[in-house]
Design a protein around this ligand. Structure first.
Ligand code: ZN
Length: 266
């Protein structure tokens, strides 16, 4: 699933490829992919004015006061295509531009969605999102306050989008490895010094991953249909042996695989 660095890389690509283009139509290739907000009557979509990220959401604002809110979920991709006649095997929707180029929303598993709403409206899931981890608001004090009553394992809390927006399974594993915190530690038992390390490692892992255009393990591609490169810099996720020589452990937490080193993360 694309996490914050992958979504940010996609947005950086969109800002190069489709900013200022005029949308002439949006074609739904598979029913249920596009969801229209209340009272949306579309005559014109207008021009793409800005493209922003919030958590794992892509928010495209147009000159006709519309917002396209895109969530890629498991396998969604946005691929820029210069030739209107070209498509992809799992195209679920296509945004057609007036200059005869298009953006394909390709999604094998079909969980991804495009919501179209009025610019001054929002959607529930966006409103509930927690802090942006790369913002100054995300610090040890914020995290301490969020977890003081949480008896859940720290890994599950870091995955909770209502606490921190944008983290997923891969980056949480890397963050806890670098911060030397065992993923099953109960959140409310974590010392302030460890919380500080979790915060600083979160910021540095995400920044490094953005620099390397995200992590491609299975589906994720950039807008130019290229792989990310951060998979080459992962230190624990998907690994068998740790840098210290110990075997990497793999357990299930809340139904998801957790990778960690028992020697390095106590
Ligand atoms: Zn180790």
């Amino acid at each position: 699933m694309p996490e914050l660095p992958e979504v940010q890389t996609i947005i950086n690509g969109l800002n190069k490829k489709v900013i200022s283009k005029t949308i002439s139509s949006i074609i739904e290739k598979r029913r249920g992919t596009i969801i229209f907000g209340e009272n949306i009557k579309i005559c014109e979509f207008g021009k793409i004015e800005n493209i922003k990220r919030r958590g794992k959401y892509i928010i495209i604002k147009t000159s006709k006061d519309l917002k396209l809110i895109i969530h890629l979920r498991m396998t969604g991709k946005l691929i820029f295509e210069k030739d209107l006649n070209n498509s992809s095997s799992h195209s679920r929707a296509e945004i057609i531009f007036s200059d005869k180029t298009k953006l394909i929303f390709d999604d094998v598993r079909t969980f991804g969605k495009i919501q179209i709403i009025n610019v001054n409206k929002t959607i529930n899931s966006l409103q509930k999102l927690g802090v942006e981890p790369l913002s100054n608001k995300f610090d040890a004090e914020y995290l301490k306050n969020e977890i003081k009553n949480r008896k859940a394992p720290i890994k599950n809390v870091l995955l909770d989008q209502k606490v921190i927006a944008g983290l997923g399974n891969i980056y949480v594993a890397e963050i806890l490895f670098r911060a030397k915190v065992h993923p099953a530690t109960l959140a409310n038992k974590i010392k302030t010094t460890d919380l500080k390390r979790i915060v600083s490692e979160t910021k540095s892992v995400l920044q490094e991953a953005i620099k390397h255009n995200g992590t491609t393990i299975s589906d994720y591609r950039s807008v130019e249909d290229k792989n990310g490169e951060f998979q080459n810099f992962l230190r624990v996720y998907g690994k068998e042996t740790c840098e210290c020589g110990a075997m990497i452990q793999k357990i299930k937490q809340a139904g998801r695989s957790t990778y960690f080193c028992e020697e390095c993360q106590k």
